[in-house]
Each structure stands twice: as structure tokens, then as C-alpha cells.
Design a protein around this ligand. Sequence first.
Ligand code: FE2
Length: 499
Amino acid sequence: MANEFAIGFDNLEQETIDQELHVDSGHLPPWLRGSLIRTGPTLFRLAQQSYQHWFDGLAMLQKFAFDDGKARYTGRFLRSPDYVKSSRTGLVSSDEFVSVPSRGPLERLFTLVDPERQFGRNGMVNVLKLNDSCYIAMTENPLAVQFNPADAATVGAFDYPDDLHSVLNMITTAHPRYDVARKSIYNFVSRLIPLRPRYVVYRLDNGSTRRTVVGEIETDALAYMHSFGMSENYIVLAEFPLVTHPTSLFFMPLFGTPYIKSYTWKAQRGTRFRVMDKRDGKLVGTWEHDALFAFHHVHAQEVGDELFVDLSVYEGGPAVIDQFYLARLRAAGGGEISYSGLRRYRLPLRGGSLRGGSLRGDSVREERLAEPMLEMPQFNYRRCSNGSYRYIYGVSFTAPGKFVDQLVKIDLQKNENRFWHEDGCYPGEPVFVPRTAGTAAGDAGAEDDGVNISVVLDTRRRRSFLLLLDASTFEEMARLDLPHAIPFMLHGQFYAGVL
Ligand SMILES: [Fe+2]
């Protein structure tokens, strides 16, 4: 028997095109004008083969367009090469996070000599606006899929038209960070050179689709990093001790090893905070700390001579990755996930006097910023990304042993938390939209003046609804019926003015 929220890991096979949503209760704020576009896996079972992990399924784009107090909904499959091929064959077509195609000996050899055969193009983790005419859906390799934000229809495969497009640069994050002041998007790729693996940090300037290298950080083993941190002047890569080596990645197809299984937890390595100066691309220093694991950097900020690095850290280390196997999530009593909490790591920059060196021991101070379990962190990015912040929003659980069943707002200044919870309901990432979205008044108003928008799975009615919370009070502002259950998606972005 499955648990009640297992329907959040079932196939959604129905597309919905531009359907007006009924406002079930409350009202939509009149200033809310634009679209929340989300991506995530919605096809887990194919005709001949099933995906094994939450981070494997074929993507659907979900678009919620708000204008004039009304909302419209579109859900369309991302017609990626993986989707097209897998729909035709009923089989897994490329290496995903865990699932791999069943390849015969010859096919394994072909894949070994032509790695482009190996990696999937299935943008199910996040979406990104590169410029007004280019929106992409991303996963953790750079092979993206372009879509049209007007109707969520797929445009086609997207590759960055630059020299970084190479089979050596096939690992990246789906969490690029936008530098509001510089008008540049930052991200990095892991370069798979066996003798000298490294992270190559790049930026996309002012709407360009070409990546410019900022700098490189050499390493002895590549860490699995789902995101990174960025302050006004620095990039922070937290090298968790879940590591692999380029040769292991190259030989994956020969042995049929799942991507994430090529990484090994080596707690004795500890965590290495690698800090790069965005201005010259130089390594400022490496700070070592105990072994820890996180998917999401929340924020980074420079305070005096210190760099504060805030992470949502899992107490059980990388065990959470195994907790997201679909069989486990669906099983009776399943869906138990480890606690992750907001932690701050204070790195003493000391004016950059490290000169690329390494600091060991207790130079890193760890602070427990808040108690509630926190994932899918959100904050007023436009206003606070280059400085301090007070409020963080995210998904949470009501008690250890539960799947995420509530939303939380953390107030760092008052050390207070507010929650939204309803029995039988399982909310997704509460995307924060400031009242000033789409206006020139980027810093006007209170930091929490806006709304949080979350897609909530209501297991009592076996369908989802769209929830809008007043980000200031964390009280319910509006609830809109959706036509069916939407599986648990991953990330989304709000685009002001896109209707
Ligand atoms: Fe993520």
C-alpha cells in the first residue's frame, strides 16, 4: 500500500492549455502581473521502463499567468530530445540522475567514445531567462531546452554558442545566480580533465548567451554541488565530501553506473569552502570544515572581514539522496526525509591576505540560524542578494519522519518563525514575488512586501491547488483550484510582465 502523497510521484499525462483558474477563496493581488514558470518531473513510468528516482522523470513546464486579478494555467511537456525518444520507445533514453538506459555491450562502447550519447537533455530542475527572446529549462548538465514563455511550448535544444561547449564540461548546476548590480548571470562547470580536474566559473553578461570565463579553481576530486553561493564580490563553492573523479565519470557507461553513484562520500575530507573573487577570477582561499551536505546555498554576504555562507544543511549527510528513490517515496511509511536546517558558516576573509592558501582547524565558525526544517529556500533576491537579508521562506515538515507538509517563513532578526499547514496537504517551493516585481522601485517597501506562490498537493481531494500567501503575515491570500494533481515539481521563477 502506498502512502497518501504517493500521487505526487505518479505520472501526470494530461496537458492543459491556457485554462482560466477559478479563485476558490480570497483574491489575487491586483498588482500581481506576470507568470510563474515551473519545471519538474511528471512522467515517471514509461511503457517499457520506469525511472527510479525523483530527479529522473521527464519534464513538464507549468505556467501560471496572473493579470488583472485573474490567473490562467498551462501545463505542457517539455518536448526535449529525451521526451521525444522515450515517448516513442517507452524506454529511458539517456543517463539521468540515477536511471540509465539498458545498453548492450556494443552500445556501451559507442557511448564510451562518444559521451554526447550519454547525457540526457531533460530540463527538469529549473528555468532561466537568458534574455527577452531566450528562456531555457535546465538540468545538471549544460544541454538545455529552449521554450517560449508565452505558451510554454518547446522551441528546441539549446547549447551555449561558445568554447565551453565540450564533452569535458558536462557537469554544471541548475542554480545560476544573477548579479543584480552587474546585470550578469554566474554559474560554473566542472571540467573533466583526469589529471587536473577543476571548476570553471563563468558569467553571462547583460543578456548574452555566450559564457565568459571568470576563473578556474583546481581540485583533486570533483564534488557533487547542486548550487553555489554568491555575494557582492565573491563566488563560494562548498566542496562537500561527496566526490568523484573524471575517470569514474568517463567509465560510467561501460559499467552502467548511475551518475550519482559515481560519487563517493569521503567524510574524512571534510567540507572545503572555495572562494573566488568575481573581480579578477582569483582564488581568495580555501576554508576547511567538518563534513556536511546540502543541496541549496541560501545566501552569501560580506560583513566586515567575514563572508557569511548560509546553507540548508542535511543532518543525515547525503542519505537524503537515497530517500528520494521513487519506490521509497511511494511506499507505505515512506517519504521520511532527513532534517535540513539553516546554518551559517563564517569565513574570515581578512582582506584577502590568504593569497589562495588554505585554512584548517576552527577558522570557520558555524551558527545555527533557525530551528525549522528548511528546503527550497527563497528570499527577496532582487533587494537582498548583494547584502543582508532578514526573511527566508521555504518548505518544511511538521515533525521528523514526515515528508514536507508545511511552509515556513523565518525571521532572522526576531528569531521567529511562521508556518502554513493544512492536514493532508503537501506544498512545493513557495516562490517569493515582491510587490515591486516588474517596476523600477527595486528596493522600495518592506523586504517582505509581496506574495509567496506555492503549488500544493491536496491528498484529500487528490488534486492540487495554487496557494498565495501574504509574505508579510504568512496568512492565506488566495487559493485557486487546479484541474488535477500536479506531481512534486522542483524549481520555478516568476517573470514580471510575461503573460
Ligand atoms: Fe535545487
